[in-house]
Design a protein around this ligand. Structure first.
Ligand code: C2E
Ligand code: MG
Ligand code: MG
Ligand code: MG
Length: 277
């Protein structure tokens, strides 16, 4: 390249980099503001006992509800929350919202549980578990809460994580391994962490459609959970066929679009009511 062309290219690169930086910064600022303004709220997806048709719990999933009514999915901003420490205030807000949103359900079904997603860092740091201990001391229904730890991101210090999980368990919080089989943990998490519930990822539930009579990895996970005396929740159940095939394999807790998408709190409570006799 001639000198002027090289200069032009260098200039353009610097400019693009600056633009990129600015848009990153502004997403962080916008998210910070959104948390403060309570625009990040929980939707709830039912977890069914497919054997009885009863709703036994829910998963709280964050949504960004813009003032113009637009609903933004976490795929567009969860990474940014995780990268910045903004995931911490968001998680606490979500946690505290759960018993308010689901007050009527918690009151009439003491066995109903709602789960909340954590990132591994929140399990490695003490803040989250200390916060839950404080809430518990003032009557927060920790025995109706579960936390989901994803395998999608690495947990570095299993020993410290375990100490914090034990403190949560002492309050009645259940521990779930999310996205099981898709990420970093593999069998080591199952061996090292005191997990109560294995959430089998949609990836494996999908195999019930692709090759219904040949699902060795799914079957192995189900067997492993049984051996380890863990409950199983199957994620991403979209078709009746999958639900039936899971029941035939002894897995009765199902979550997925076949039953319902994640719903705004009020709609979820109405859905729950409609399933009561
Ligand atoms: P996840 O925890 O594995 O949640 C399950 C995701 O699968 C949800 O996506 C849910 O809407 C979707 N899903 C459920 N059933 C079906 C189905 O039958 N078919 C299909 N195609 N999808 C189904 P969502 O709500 O977009 O959340 C995506 C991910 O974002 C979550 O995956 C979780 O890792 C993360 N996330 C969501 N809310 C929070 C949060 O409050 N905190 C943290 N740390 N992460 C969150
Ligand atoms: Mg989850
Ligand atoms: Mg999941
Ligand atoms: Mg998943």
């Amino acid at each position: 390249f001639s000198l002027p062309v090289s200069l032009l290219v260098a200039f353009l690169c610097a400019y693009l980099f600056k633009l990129l930086k600015r848009s990153e910064r502004s997403l962080k600022q916008r998210l910070k503001r959104a948390i403060r303004q309570r625009e990040l709220i929980a939707f709830y997806q039912p977890i069914m006992d497919a054997a009885t048709g009863r709703i036994v719990g829910a998963e709280a999933l964050v949504r960004w509800l813009r003032p113009n009514g637009e609903v933004i999915s976490p795929a567009r901003f969860i990474d940014e929350l995780e990268r910045t420490a903004l995931i911490n205030p968001l998680t606490i807000q979500m946690l505290e919202q759960i018993p308010e949103d689901l007050k009527s359900i918690f009151a009439s079904d003491g066995g109903f549980r709602c789960s909340l997603n954590l990132v591994p860092e929140q399990v490695e740091q003490e803040d989250f578990c200390r916060h839950v201990e404080l809430l518990a001391a003032s009557g927060f229904p920790t025995q109706q809460i579960a936390v989901e730890i994803t395998e999608r991101l690495p947990l570095r210090n299993l020993e410290v994580a375990n100490q914090h999980l034990e403190r949560l368990k002492a309050l009645g919080v259940m521990i779930e391994l999310d996205d099981a089989g898709t990420g970093y943990g593999g069998a080591s998490y199952l061996q090292e962490l005191n997990i109560d519930i294995l959430k089998i990822d949609k990836l494996f539930v999908d195999t019930l459609v692709l090759s219904p009579d040949n699902t060795p990895v799914l079957d192995a996970y189900i067997q492993m959970a049984k051996t380890l005396e863990m409950e199983v929740i199957a994620e991403g159940v979209e078709k009746q066929k999958q639900s039936l095939a899971l029941l035939a394999r002894g897995v009765h807790l199902h979550q997925g679009y076949y039953f319902s998408k994640p719903l705004p709190a009020e709609e979820f409570v109405r859905f729950w009511l409609s399933k009561q006799n």
